[in-house]
Design a protein around this ligand. Structure first.
Ligand SMILES: Nc1nc2c(c(=O)[nH]1)N[C@H]1C(S)=C(S)[C@@H](COP(=O)(O)OP(=O)(O)OC[C@H]3O[C@@H](n4cnc5c(=O)[nH]c(N)nc54)[C@H](O)[C@@H]3O)O[C@H]1N2
Ligand SMILES: Nc1nc2c(c(=O)[nH]1)N[C@H]1C(S)=C(S)[C@@H](COP(=O)(O)OP(=O)(O)OC[C@H]3O[C@@H](n4cnc5c(=O)[nH]c(N)nc54)[C@H](O)[C@@H]3O)O[C@H]1N2
Ligand SMILES: [Mo]
Length: 768
């Protein structure tokens, strides 16, 4: 057996006091069981006040203001806007950007790269905004990053790009916070160099959604508007924790309930934000009165959603509760689906989902009564081995009931990063269609590469295997958020050059290539003035609405930062000498003209973003137009694939706490799950604890077993929790070390972060 793949920097411990010294020390208390409310706004204001971030907050998500850099939740109609349209976690995101703390030259002089490796992401992020460009050069023997001029930084990147034998030795990664303008410039840089290696965080997130929706309804995006959500008869929410990750959606859930709609929640954990709600801006909410959200809660087994939708679809077929007119007119493949569904075994499906026939029948009753149904989902569905089939089964459900392309009905994948959907629209994709590449060629006059590039997982394999020379990251923190942490760390540092466009220090900076540049950027909240005056940027939300965002002047404007567009286009200008780069820096309207000239749906782009609320991109499924091979929406046949566990093993999911934004750790609490002061916790059903001889408070190592050896994440405190049986949940990114790069979903290649087979190995220490 190979050596365990553990994170090298974590010590093992043998007593409670050692735990307290070596790790954060989680304490478990009472859960806060209704989301938002005065508490939420109080927490938000507290952080904002401390960090002088109040001004940007008040302009957040308003016309002429800043689009919130946190999640991709759509803005309500301008008339429905609240005076303050932001949530606690949006406030945290803004106050992280507007922080007065500085990671300046002294900070980088104080810590060697090795010392940075020993720090947590929480500590790194708390050091504050990076103040000037920094260079690390291993060949000098100096173990520190040192200040470097922008000119020298661009010249070094030019030399490196010119020295590659093959442009495919370069990888250009994007995190979904980048604006449409920065993302478009970034894909142009990669394709000008000659590679389609444009992985993005979307590969790790909603790729399964994109694949399933494109193949069934011909567009890889959701079909609903915010108004649909608020007026639907029935919302089925699967695998999401909106109280933490899309808090502004709770206002729409509440409107849905006020309008008489019902909610079904499918989740292995009864997440606070889905069960009860207090609206911070209403009198009742201020008085602390909470309202019930979920009408039905199904405690599904991890990866059990496919089996559940097969149970439900069978039940609806048995009842003949289907929309025959819709099926006949708009779909193909129905008969094969019926035949397959009817051949399945109820007992196997029930074992797969953990949901009883009685529960299925109750949900079928609700579906039968509803004139319109929406299914919403996020990562609890997309990050499994057979996630694409699960979503195709969800589509079978919506298609057989005719719930697509009519008011109050359709698909609602809640996107992650605030502009992850827009990045993809404007060309951040390793396999953009030939139509786009042709348009790029016509517009800019160079010949873009035609073969597909690498997605995130395949890029990381190339990096791990020592075959990649240049890595550039437009935001994000791929080292921390990817699978197989230690292998990725080693791979990153084997490269000739790594370049990070970042706001604050993060784990990726601690694993530099031979040469490494940290190029500090203006964030979305910062004012951005170029030759033609203040610049706006644009973003697309989960509902396909494109709107503008303008930063405001803050103390950060005095730092030696550049905008992402400026940095990327300057690299393009210096490296290739083309005359199209500088005008794009001087006026971002020129980038929007290029987007309009190369991508469908952006006519009169510069004009239409001036409208309050922006504009909708075309959406076929919303109009029952299906851009598939036969112009119909496709039914599909999906295998059941129940994961059977060896004795004493669990299925493990990795999720976000309430105090984090992916690898940015805002704080060490997760008050909705009752956790304080720590993150190394694993939530387990009390009956499972008893069955396996474990107790609440036990310290355990989490171990996963693979063909190439075991992977171990040490020292997690067991927390007895109302969790689906035989399944456990812990936090990402601490547990990413347990997932091999090779464990990724069929078709979408998204890492399997939510159904990892693990055992819990007790260390003989109890922390109660
Ligand atoms: N504040 C804040 N906001 C964020 C983020 C953040 O880190 N912090 N991240 C952003 C990003 S990039 C994204 S992609 C989104 C992520 O948004 P979410 O998908 O809400 O994020 P997770 O925390 O991974 O939560 C997954 C949920 O799915 C459930 N789940 C896990 N496995 C299964 C399963 O097999 N079946 C079902 N039915 N449920 C399951 C978990 O219990 C949990 O409730 O949020 C975005 N918004
Ligand atoms: N186990 C497990 N792993 C997961 C997931 C999971 O659920 N479980 N979820 C996956 C998902 S959905 C995603 S999206 C990825 C997240 O992957 P990423 O998007 O790569 O990671 P983030 O942590 O969001 O990136 C944070 C960094 O972005 C930089 N940053 C912040 N704002 C800006 C800005 O305005 N401009 C620039 N240039 N940089 C900025 C900061 O330096 C910060 O350190 O993680 C994935 N990994
Ligand atoms: Mo994401």
């Amino acid at each position: 057996m190979n050596a365990p793949h553990e994170t090298s920097t974590l010590p093992t411990v043998s007593s409670v006091s050692e735990v307290a010294n070596a790790y954060d020390y989680p304490k478990i208390g009472r859960r806060v069981t209704s989301a938002a409310g005065l508490g939420g706004v109080y927490h938000a204001m507290e952080m904002a006040g401390k960090n002088r971030g109040l001004l940007p907050l008040l302009k957040m998500n308003q016309h002429g203001g800043i689009d919130c850099p946190s999640c991709a939740w759509p803005e309500p109609n301008q008339n429905d806007m609240n005076v303050v349209e932001f949530c606690e976690n949006g406030a945290k995101a803004v106050s992280e950007e507007t922080t007065p703390d500085r990671a300046d030259a002294d900070f980088w002089a104080k810590y060697t790269v090795q010392e940075l490796r020993d720090q947590t992401d929480f500590w790194l992020g708390k050091q504050g905004r990076i103040t000037e460009p920094m260079l690390y050069d291993r060949s000098t023997g100096d173990e520190h990053y040192r200040p470097v001029s922008w000119e020298k930084a661009f010249a070094l990147i030019k030399d490196q790009l010119k020295s590659l034998d093959d442009p495919n030795q370069a990888v250009f990664y994007t995190s979904g916070r980048a604006s449409n303008e920065a993302a478009y410039a970034f894909q142009l840089l990669a394709r000008r160099l000659g590679t389609n290696n444009l992985p993005d965080c979307g590969n790790l997130c909603h790729e399964s959604t994109g694949v399933a929706l494109s193949s069934t309804v011909g567009l890889g995006k959701g079909s609903i508007t915010i108004n649909d959500l608020e007026t639907t008869d029935l919302l089925i929410s699967i695998g999401q924790n909106p109280g933490t990750n899309h808090p502004r959606s709770l206002t729409s859930f509440k409107k849905l309930k006020e309008n008489g709609g019902k909610m079904v929640v499918i989740n292995p954990m009864p997440e606070t934000g889905l069960m009860e709600f207090k609206e911070p801006q209403s009198v009742k909410g201020m008085l602390g009165v909470s309202e019930k959200l979920a009408d039905e809660y199904l405690q599904v087994r991890l990866d059990g959603d496919r089996a559940f939708f097969q149970q439900l679809n069978r039940e609806l077929l048995r009842r003949d509760a289907i929309d025959k007119v819709f099926i006949e007119k708009f779909t193909s493949g129905f008969d094969a689906t019926v035949k397959h569904l009817m051949s399945l075994d109820d007992a196997v499906l029930e074992r797969g989902s953990g949901i009883s026939a009685t529960e299925v029948s109750r949900i079928a009753d609700m579906v039968e009564k509803a004139e319109s149904v929406i299914v919403s989902w996020t990562l609890g569905v997309t990050q499994h081995k057979n996630a694409v089939s699960t979503l195709r089964e969800v589509m079978n459900f919506l298609l057989m009931t005719g719930n697509i392309g009519k008011p109050g009905a359709g698909t609602a994948p809640f996107r992650g990063h605030s502009n992850v959907q827009g990045n993809r629209t404007v060309g951040i994709w390793e396999k953009m269609p030939p139509r786009f590449l042709d348009a790029l060629q016509d517009y800019f006059g160079f010949n873009p590469p035609r073969e597909n590039g690498l997605d995130s997982v395949d890029s990381l394999k190339q990096i791990r295997d020592g075959k990649n020379k240049f890595f550039m990251s437009l935001g994000g923190n791929l080292v921390r958020v990817a699978s197989d942490t230690s292998a990725v760390e080693r791979g990153m540092s084997q490269q000739e050059m790594t370049v990070h466009l970042s706001t604050k220090p993060n784990g990726a900076h601690a694993w530099p290539g031979e040469k490494s540049l940290i190029l500090p950027v203006r964030a979305r909240t910062d004012e951005d003035i170029q030759a033609t005056g203040p610049q706006k940027i644009t973003v697309e939300n989960s509902a396909g609405v494109v709107s503008a965002s303008i930063g405001k002047r803050t103390a950060n404007n005095d730092l030696n930062l550049k905008s992402e567009v400026d940095i990327i286009c300057s690299i393009g200008r210096e490296t290739f000498g083309d005359d199209f780069w500088q005008p794009m820096i001087d006026d971002y309207g020129n980038i929007r003209n290029a987007i309009e000239g190369t991508i469908i749906g952006f006519d009169r782009y510069n004009e239409r973003i001036e409208r309050p609320g922006g504009f909708y991109l075309p959406n076929g499924p919303r109009q029952r137009v299906f851009n598939t091979s036969d112009g119909k929406a496709h039914f599909s046949v999906n295998e059941t694939n129940v994961i059977d566990l060896p004795e004493n093993y669990f299925l493990m999911s990795t999720v976000r706490s309430h105090d984090q934004y992916n690898s940015t750790i805002y704080g060490l609490d997760d008050r909705y799950r009752g956790v304080r002061h720590g993150r190394r916790v694993v939530f387990v059903n009390p009956e499972d604890l008893e069955k396996r001889g474990l107790k609440d408070g036990d310290l355990v190592d989490i171990v996963s077993v693979w063909d190439d050896g075991e992977r171990r994440a040490p020292n997690f405190r067991v927390v007895a929790y109302d969790h689906a049986r035989d399944c456990v949940t812990t936090y990402f990114p601490e547990a990413n070390v347990l997932v091999p790069l090779d464990s990724s979903a069929e078709e979408s290649n998204t890492p399997v972060y939510k159904s990892v087979v693990v055992r819990l190995e007790p260390l003989g220490i109890n922390m109660m």
